[in-house]
Design a binder for this molecule. Structure first.
Ligand SMILES: [Fe+2]
Ligand SMILES: [Fe+2]
Length: 177
């Protein structure tokens, strides 16, 4: 029963992760059209990461023999007033996802679902990093909103969010290895 509750909540989170992925594609497309290729690449990469998060959750549900539902995702924003808005929206999205992840962790703990709690631990750490990443980017974009090439230079120089493979990440469905 406990497992069933967590599985249902995790299926809801799969929808949230795919939704975040699609919203990041919307942001990437906006920057791509504005010829801000580093910002576009940053958001395409974030979109791929969110898809990975969803697929890690899919793999976990498969591993515990729970039902997996592939959700409908509603349309996402791909036009924005200015170059700051997508980053501000993304920070809010990461903060919201952080709360969702914490709620899943709490549910796992309160129902004594130890494997679910252990699974969620990686996501708790990941959200700390994602909120910090987006909050740094918002600082940079706000400071340089009238000189966006400076933002492009920052992304080229610092390569935020490009730390490569994380060996502690949970396995994702369909991924090699
Ligand atoms: Fe995520
Ligand atoms: Fe994220």
């Amino acid at each position: 029963m406990a497992d069933k509750n967590f599985a249902k909540a995790l299926n809801d989170q799969i929808a949230n992760e795919f939704s975040a992925s699609m919203q990041y594609i919307g942001a990437a497309v906006y920057y791509d059209a504005e010829t801000l290729p580093r910002l576009a690449a940053f958001f395409y990469r974030q979109a791929a990461e969110e898809r990975d998060h969803a697929m890690m959750m899919v793999q976990f549900l498969l591993d515990i023999n729970a039902e997996v539902r592939i959700p409908d995702i509603s349309g996402k924003e791909s036009s924005f007033d200015d170059a700051v808005s997508p980053v501000r929206m993304s920070l809010e999205q990461e903060q919201r996802v952080g709360e969702e992840i914490n709620a899943l962790f709490k549910l796992a703990r309160e129902t004594n679902d130890f494997r679910a709690e252990q699974f969620m631990q990686w996501f708790v750490k990941e959200q700390v990093e994602e909120v910090a990443l987006m909050s740094d980017l918002l600082n940079v974009v706000e400071r340089s909103k009238d000189n966006l090439p400076l933002v492009e230079d920052y992304l080229a120089r610092e390569q935020p969010g490009e730390e490569g493979e994380d060996p502690t990440a949970p396995p994702a469905a369909g991924a090699a290895g």
